[in-house]
Design a protein around this ligand. Structure first.
Ligand code: ADP
Length: 983
């Protein structure tokens, strides 16, 4: 079959390979190669890669364009796929006979060189975008706006480089030559590590291969799929949303490889990268993927040896070990040349990567008190681990650590190179995950439809572990006999039911109404093991521990406990729960259903977060723990998040919703007592918070900055699904402003917040900046919008779709007056709706839309709304692209406005024409006090217009003009003419 036929025949597979992971990177890499090989010309590229269109339609366009170019083009396309796709995706694809790429004479023009070298340049420039931009800026090739356009936080570093290259091409030959000159200069002084040849000795090579094959074997399957072989990581892995934050709180999206790369580095002296995310957000899976790619040499990095560790497994290591022993005993034993291999590791720390999964599950809290820098000295494992993380031991070795955010205290933060936040799945990822999980497209479609019909459940699916459960339990979900799941307890009951059903001896595996009672003994045995484990920070169990709790082989066979997947040299079988959240769920089942509990278990469980943060940990539930274990437990915050999840499940299990299920599992009176205890504990917790609210400073609003456990308490109330409790909790909250910034609020938390906040007595300002609310979260917030006078959603991944829902609801909410949406994903597609809001709400006060993608077209639509509004006082459009045309439209609309006080068009590509239009606004308007025009391209003419207009206006106090097209002399001269101008 010739190449053209192959492209046609494999169209669906090729599209799948380009779009399946949801990331644009494979498509971009293929395009880079085709541009370099001159299969595509620049105009082809522009019509293929259209940012506004979905990835798949870009990919289809590519296949169409190349197909039309004939046989040679198609064989080069297949060659590009072959080069770009990871090995595992090549299976089943046919790339034809192959085709040699002809060496061409190097072109003389700079712009052509940039195309020919594009694939290499993307790689090289990723690590020094800032520096390259700086050169382009200082040589006058780029404006500040060009630089900002390149570095928009929504782009990954590779995408930023491509935008940089595109912009350089657009600017022309001088810019291209400048960039090439800069690259030439940097090259000799800073060789790319990938180009550095390291010669491995035979011993080291053998060791590397052994390590690679054991890491590959260990990371091939996902443990939640029980190693059944039905799903390998390749089949099911999705790139979740990864972000890093710079020093000033701005976020950048990352690809998996960037975790170990330089992007987002905050502390150059440190070597430890923290990947943080909530339970189930996919931290372990991300590491597993990183391991697998490394083992297959598919990770574009210079790392030669990688040592994966699991902190929960290190807990079981009670011996004192040297670093050498730790590496060789726990990861991979060198069969030959031990000394030589170890020496290589010591000599090349920058080529070594250690990963530590689940630092939050390590028994001992991080401390930097005890130093050890000797790789051969035997010390207790915690000291070894902490010294590695600090860099006292093996300075220069890259370390990636995963943890839940709560478990990382300030003492560890000092040693972090950067913190990468794992934010789970996007709505597209969820759809893609369901499709990957179900081979049958009709079934996948039904599951997706049922999720879309229940946004609460869809919200839960943003956390991958829920997505896994919901997809796995599709049968129970679509059967829907017990109503649609609303809470996490509902979802975990679903999975419980699913597992028991799988093992059911009944025909067709049907479970009767009393299924929980039927399996009560198993549940209690597993529950006791789970609870004891949580109390002692123990997540791996030996056969002996199972026996001690009476856990039988049959209990194990149900599937909640799995064998540990382990590289270490040990003979005994060890077990762990499928996921930590399942361990918490079983612990909660035990607390709820066990009739012999000490009466104080529930109050203690709910008080666990208020424990002292230092000193020896006491068994918080005073439960049935072996004293010898207790003595070893040092100060530690790690159980708190798990006990919080457990408490949340206890609240859910004791909810009226599950009354019937639990009816015969626990005596009614005992259940009632437990419900009362939970309600009392929640009420006490809330009181504690309210007491902590400081008195308002005179003239300021009474505001509450929520403490970490506030959100948890709200989630517990939500699990109970009891309006009376929610109402009672809010009855005593008397604040005007509720601040929940940087609180890891995603759609799930939004659902819970809404459930409770809608009972507030008076409207509040709800500040949710810097979370991961997203469009699904916005939808969850709608039922409490009537109780919000202001909503702050800066930096929350909200797109036009989310805003559409918000505006449609907000128009009808009388109290709703302010919105802040700085740094989201808004485009011109939403401005018409905002204009509608402005027209119909004549009490709307503040609209902040900074750092989105609004152009002149959007500004024209906004202008339409503004011309009919006489209430807006603050209008912020900083960091969009409205240009002169947009500024003219807005100025015209606001001329006769009688409410606007503050107006920002900072960094919007506004030139002198725009400034002159704004001067007209100043001439006519009687309310405006501050006009912000920094970082634009206004020149002398424009400023002179503004000065003339200011002569007729006494209300304007300040016009900010820093960073425009003026020389220092001009700035000095013009500011003398008008003191209200600031340069
Ligand atoms: P964490 O370590 O944050 O608690 P895990 O990595 O254990 O979370 O994820 C829990 C489950 O969620 C996994 O076993 C898997 O089923 C699913 N999952 C997590 N991340 C991904 C991903 N990136 N792609 C596909 N499934 C995932």
């Amino acid at each position: 079959m010739n190449a053209q036929q192959l492209v046609l025949k494999q169209r669906a597979e090729l599209l799948g390979a380009l779009c399946g992971g949801g990331s644009a990177e494979p498509l971009d890499c293929v395009l880079d190669l085709l541009l370099a090989w001159e299969v595509l010309i620049w105009e082809d590229y522009l019509c293929i890669r259209v940012a506004e269109k979905p990835l798949c339609s870009n990919a289809r366009q590519l296949l169409d364009v190349v197909y039309d170019k004939g046989e040679d083009a198609c064989s080069l396309l297949l060659a590009a796929f072959h080069q770009v796709l990871p090995e595992e995706q090549k299976d089943g694809l046919c790339f034809g006979k192959g085709c040699a790429v002809m060496e061409k004479i190097r072109p003389s023009s700079g712009t052509s060189v940039l195309l020919i070298d594009r694939p290499v340049l993307v790689r090289k420039l990723r690590d020094n975008i800032d520096e390259a931009l700086n050169v382009l800026l200082t040589t006058g090739c780029f404006t500040i706006k060009d630089c900002d356009g390149v570095q928009l936080p929504v782009y990954t570093p590779s995408q930023q480089v491509r935008r940089l290259l595109d912009q350089v091409r657009f600017k022309g030959e001088t810019a291209a030559k400048t960039l090439l000159q800069y690259l030439e200069q940097t090259e000799p002084t800073r060789p790319n590590p990938e180009d550095e040849e390291i010669k491995l000795s035979a011993e080291c090579l053998i060791y590397q291969r052994k390590l690679q094959s054991s890491v590959a074997a260990q990371s091939h399957f996902l443990s939640t799929y029980g190693g059944t072989g039905r799903f390998s990581l390749d089949d099911i892995y999705m790139d979740g949303l990864l972000e890093v934050m710079n020093g000033s709180g701005e976020t950048t999206t990352l690809g998996l490889e960037d975790v170990v790369g330089p992007v987002g580095t905050l502390n150059e002296d440190a070597d430890t990268v923290l990947v943080s995310g909530e339970a189930g957000s996919g931290k372990s899976t991300l590491l597993q993927r990183l391991h697998l790619l490394w083992a297959r040499k598919a990770l574009h990095t210079d790392i030669i040896v990688l040592f994966p560790f699991s902190c929960r497994k290190l807990n079981a290591e009670h011996r004192e070990l040297s670093l050498k022993e730790l590496l060789f005993l726990h990861c991979c034993w060198p069969d030959r040349g031990q000394e030589e291999v170890f020496q290589f590791i010591l000599d090349h720390p920058h080529l070594v990567l250690f990963t530590f999964d689940g630092l939050d599950e390590f028994k001992q809290g991080f401390t930097d008190e005890e130093r050890n820098c000797c790789p051969t000295q035997k010390v207790p494992v915690p000291i070894l681990l902490f010294n590695l993380l600090q860099g006292t031991l093996m300075k220069g070795v890259k370390k990636v650590v995963t943890s839940r955010p709560q478990a990382v205290g300030p003492s560890l933060k000092r040693y972090l190179r950067k913190e990468v936040l794992l934010k789970g799945f996007s709505p597209e990822d969820i759809n893609c995950f369901v499709k990957k999980h179900h081979n049958d497209p009709a079934l996948a479609k039904r599951v997706i439809e049922s999720l879309q019909g229940n946004t609460t459940l869809l919200g839960l699916c943003h956390i991958p572990v829920f997505c896994w459960i919901v997809t796995k339990c599709h049968h129970e979900l679509l059967g829907g006999e017990d109503g649609i799941p609303q809470t996490i307890t509902d979802v975990y009951l679903l999975v419980l039911q699913h597992f028991f059903q799988r093992k059911s001896p009944h025909p067709q595996g049907a479970l009767g109404k009393g299924w929980l009672e039927e399996h009560l003994d198993t549940v209690l045995r597993l529950g006791q093991l789970a609870l004891e484990g949580l109390e002692a920070s123990c997540y791996v169990f030996s056969g002996y521990e199972l026996q001690r709790n009476g856990v039988t082989e049959q209990d194990v066979s149900i599937g909640f406990l799995i064998y540990c997947n382990d590289l270490s040299v040990t003979d005994c079988k060890r077990y762990e729960f499928l996921h930590i959240t399942l361990q918490c769920f079983f612990a909660a089942l035990y607390v709820t259903l066990n009739c012999n509990n000490d009466r104080s278990v529930i109050p203690k469980l709910f008080q666990c977060q208020y424990r002292q943060r230092s000193g020896r940990s006491h068994m918080c539930l005073g439960h049935c723990i072996d004293r010898s274990v207790e003595d070893e437990v040092e100060s530690n915050l790690t159980e708190i998040p798990n006990l919080q999840i457990t408490a949340q499940f206890v609240s859910g299990l004791l909810s009226q919703r599950h009354h019937n299920l639990l009816l015969h599992c626990c005596p009614a009176a005992l259940r009632e007592r437990k419900v009362k205890q939970v309600v009392k504990s929640l009420s006490k917790g809330m009181q504690r918070h309210f007491k902590s609210i400081p008195r308002p400073v005179e003239g300021e609003k009474k505001s509450m900055h929520a403490m970490p456990s506030f959100v948890w308490l709200i989630k517990c109330i939500y699990e109970m699904q009891n309006n009376t409790i929610a109402q009672a909790a809010m009855a005593k909250l008397e604040v005007e402003h509720l601040k929940l910034t940087y609180c890891n609020i995603g759609p799930v938390e939004c659902t819970a917040l809404t459930y409770v906040l809608r009972h507030l007595q008076n409207p509040i300002g709800l500040q949710l900046d810097n979370n991961s609310v997203g469009d699904t979260g916005v939808e969850q917030l709608l039922p409490c919008l009537h109780i919000c006078h202001s909503l702050y959603l800066r930096n929350n991944n909200i797109s036009d779709e989310g805003l559409r829902k918000l505006v449609e609801k907000g128009i009808n909410c009388e109290s709703f007056q302010k919105i802040a949406l700085f740094n989201n994903k808004l485009t011109d597609a939403c401005t018409q709706l905002i204009a509608r809001l402005l027209k119909s709400k004549q009490n709307f006060i503040s609209l902040r839309l900074g750092n989105n993608n609004i152009t002149s077209q959007g500004a024209e639509q906004l202008a339409e709304g503004l011309s009919c509004n006489q209430s807006l006082q603050f209008l912020g459009l900083w960091g969009n692209k409205i240009g002169d045309r947009g500024a003219e439209a807005l100025a015209k609309a606001l001329k006769n406005n009688t409410s606007l006080i503050w107006f920002s068009l900072v960094d919007n590509g506004v030139g002198s024409a725009g400034a002159c239009a704004l001067a007209e606004l100043i001439r006519e308007n009687k309310t405006l006090q501050e006009l912000w025009l920094n970082k634009n391209c206004i020149s002398r003419d424009g400023v002179e217009c503004l000065i003339e207009a200011l002569k007729m206006n006494s209300t304007v106090k300040d016009v900010w003009l820093r960073g425009n097209n003026l020389s220092p002399e001009e700035e000095e001269e013009l500011s003398k003419q008008e003191s209200r101008l600031t340069f």
